[in-house]
Design a protein around this ligand. Structure first.
Ligand code: ADP
Length: 238
């Protein structure tokens, strides 16, 4: 089954083409890395997938729901972690999650039980009472991932979620997201770093608004490293 599908997406800012006929699909329960250097169009693509922007043409399907025809059903299946932290720094971890749960119509016992299980999953329960402001970058990210999972979406989008984190924290968050795919979530993980991509991952390489390659990371790398292949395709370092 397809978890996420984009067909023929284009988007321009004035005369600047940010996406040009972008198509790819991610099977459900798969980790897909969206790899592209800065300016490739990754954030623009996320803005279309989350319906912050509406694509003038093309089609987006989330867990079988067409985003244009059935936006509520499609967005209900979507969890999002944005590049910039969107936690309320003056609220505790628990309060940030409760607020989000309420926005999704979850309250009372149902909300409490979902929040506890999300905090457990992310190993954040003992920090539930701490203000977001006092958390380190890795714990803030974990809180945001817990929040994105509260309504049990089948598809999770993460836009460069490791920016600004140290290497060990980066690796632990990347591993955690791979584990979510093993549990059945469809993951789209935007990055410009090839070391966040594992050989068995699905991979979409985006560069200058266009998809340059799609397939298994191992197959795209071929007989060289993904880093070298990426450099050769895009003419940029990672
Ligand atoms: P990425 O997330 O891969 O770094 P973006 O989607 O942010 O790429 O940007 C794609 C292209 O669109 C870049 O050339 C960027 O400069 C341009 N762009 C992004 N946002 C705007 C905007 N609001 N107005 C004009 N150009 C933009």
């Amino acid at each position: 089954m397809t978890g996420l599908e984009a067909r023929g997406l284009s988007y321009s800012y004035g005369t600047k083409r940010a996406l040009d006929d972008v198509s790819f699909s991610v099977s459900s329960g798969t980790f897909c890395a969206l790899l592209g250097p800065n300016g490739a169009g990754k954030s623009t693509l996320f803005n279309l997938l989350t319906r912050l922007f509406v694509a003038p043409d093309g089609q987006i399907t989330i867990a079988g729901h067409d985003l244009r025809q059935s936006p509520r059903a499609a967005l209900a299946q979507l969890g999002i972690v944005f590049q910039q932290t969107t936690l309320d720094m003056n609220l505790t971890v628990q309060q940030n999650l409760s607020y989000f749960a309420a926005l999704h119509g979850l309250s009372g016992r149902a909300a409490r039980s979902r929040i506890e299980s999300a905090l457990d999953q992310l190993d954040m329960r003992e920090r539930a009472g701490e203000k977001a402001r006092t958390l380190n970058g890795g714990h803030r990210r974990r809180t945001e991932i817990a929040r994105a999972l509260l309504h049990d979406p089948s598809v999770l989008l993460l836009d460069e979620p490791t920016v600004g984190l140290d290497a060990a924290t980066r690796a632990s968050i990347t591993d955690y997201a791979h584990g979510l795919a093993d549990e059945g979530k469809t993951i789209l993980w935007a990055t410009h770093l090839t070391d966040e991509v594992q050989p068995d991952d699905d991979l979409v390489i985006l560069h200058q608004a266009q998809v340059l390659a799609t397939g298994k990371a191992r197959d795209i790398a071929g007989d060289t490293s993904l880093q070298e292949r990426f450099l050769a395709l895009t003419g940029t370092g990672a």
